[in-house]
Design a protein around this ligand. Structure first.
Ligand code: SF4
Length: 449
């Protein structure tokens, strides 16, 4: 077997028990120049968070490439408007780089607002805007005044940090909307669902669980999102934050200003979905029937999917998986979900995990699992081969790695169209994994780096 060498500066972001015994992960740092990180830029981080707000205008202030890179970036469904799916751009060129892009931004905003009549507009700053120094906030203030809708700058210059900084920039823009809507009809047992993006309709499934429990969902941020729902999110009594990275910033801000507590949740896998629902039920001890309604829901949903999951497990027992996704919280859930269907994780990693996340990941994984932070294609290829994985779970950038190496792939990122969350989603996930891992095509390929 040919060994792919690692970059020396990257060694502390890789834990391979075979190579070193102590667990010490360097993380939460900028990507190494020249490493060809799998990570997306700050702008992309903001774009993925705000994209599902379907009745808002999303204008990318930058060269056309930035807009093309994030065009229709999520499989996030809307039950109404589809404005979010358009990728508007100011298409900056040499002229604006020399003389400034503010007049072009002003003109684009006025034209688009007149044409599409959005409820609000988000204006994303890209790398070049940070370099030439356009005063995006001033243009937004002027247009908001003239047009009478919120026009929100998203300070997401691509080079200024990691994808996580993009999440924060998006949360800052959202936070300026929260608190501006009417909350008089909101019940005491009410929540906001944060960090849920309605990929393939997942937010609809999760919202339905809560409604069956008797919990009012004030807003989902940002899946199937509406500007008016965001504006009244401060009326909920609890924030339930999915995923470790994307929207914890907003939950923290809402806790500080409005005193709304938050809990973390994951809806991937039976175990974590049930835990999320029970945790929310436990938050409302004064509701006499909520615990019982939650137990009934979980019992019915689990009973509906278990027979097929057991059958699938019979075929997958002992197979090996590599998991590399954006947020570490999702990795935790995937490790448990894969165990349920008989598989073990031999590689685990994320783009945005912090030290606590990696410590937890280490505790969940088998002792010989390789753990990586902010990996690149060569590292992933090396460990997938060394660990003899049968399956790679990742996103659009990991798919070609898996197929070139000759192993099954499951898309668990925001581009997918299949709902994988909740009880029903667990069954979809298991079926997808089963289909790809047991495909006869892999037997016809020679696996080489
Ligand atoms: S913001 Fe910068 S890094 Fe991000 S897509 Fe645009 S040019 Fe590339």
């Amino acid at each position: 077997m040919r060994t792919i060498p690692l970059l020396r500066e990257r060694e502390k972001q890789i834990f391979d028990k075979a190579g070193n015994g102590t667990f010490e992960m360097a993380c939460d740092r900028h990507s190494l120049a020249g490493s060809v990180s799998q990570r997306a830029c700050v702008f992309c981080g903001s774009r993925v968070v705000l994209y599902p707000i379907a009745d808002a205008l999303h204008l990318v202030h930058g060269p056309i490439g930035c807009a093309a890179y994030t065009w229709d970036i999520r499989g996030a469904l809307s039950s109404g408007p589809q404005l979010h799916r358009m990728s508007f751009s100011t298409d900056l060129g040499e002229r604006e780089v020399i003389f400034g892009g503010e007049p072009r931004l002003y003109k684009a905003l006025c034209e688009l607002i007149a044409t599409y009549r959005p409820k609000a507009a988000f204006v994303y700053s890209t790398c070049i805007v940070g370099i030439i120094g356009d005063d995006v906030a001033a243009v937004c203030r002027r247009v908001a005044r003239e047009q009478g809708i919120p026009v929100l700058p998203v300070h997401s210059e691509g080079f200024k940090g990691t994808k996580k900084d993009g999440y924060k920039a998006a949360c800052d823009a959202l936070f300026s909307l929260v608190g501006t809507g009417d909350i008089t009809d909101i019940a005491a047992v009410s929540i906001n669902i944060l960090g849920e993006f309605n990929i393939g309709g997942e937010a609809w499934m999760i919202r339905q669980y809560y409604e069956r429990m008797g919990v009012q969902v004030v807003s989902v941020l940002t899946g199937d999102g509406r500007v008016d729902d965001v504006r009244r999110a401060h009326g909920a009594t609890l924030n339930v934050v999915q995923c470790s990275g994307a929207m914890t910033f907003l939950a923290e801000q809402m806790k500080e200003r409005y005193g709304i507590p938050y809990i973390r949740a994951s809806y991937f896998g039976i175990e974590d979905t049930a835990q999320a629902l029970y945790d929310v039920a436990a938050h409302f001890p004064d509701d006499p029937g909520i615990r019982e309604r939650t137990e009934t829901l979980v019992r019915d949903e689990v009973a509906a999917v278990m027979p097929e999951l057991r059958h699938i497990r019979g075929d997958l027992e002992g197979k090996r998986a590599a998991v590399y996704v954006g947020g570490a919280f999702k990795v935790f859930s995937l490790i448990k979900a894969l165990r349920l269907i008989g598989m073990r994780v031999v590689l685990a990693g994320s783009q945005t995990g912090n030290a606590d996340d990696y410590a937890h990941m280490r505790a969940l994984c088998d002792p010989d699992t390789v753990i990586l932070d902010d990996a690149n294609p060569l590292e992933l290829s090396r460990f997938v081969i060394e660990k003899q994985a049968d399956l790679f779970i990742g996103g659009v950038k990991e798919r070609p790695i898996a197929y070139k190496l000759g192993l099954g792939f499951c898309d668990h990122n925001h581009e997918r169209k299949t709902p994988l969350a909740g009880f029903e989603g667990m069954l979809h996930f298991a079926k997808e994994v089963h289909l790809t891992v047991t495909s006869p095509v892999w037997a016809l390929l020679r696996r080489t780096p």
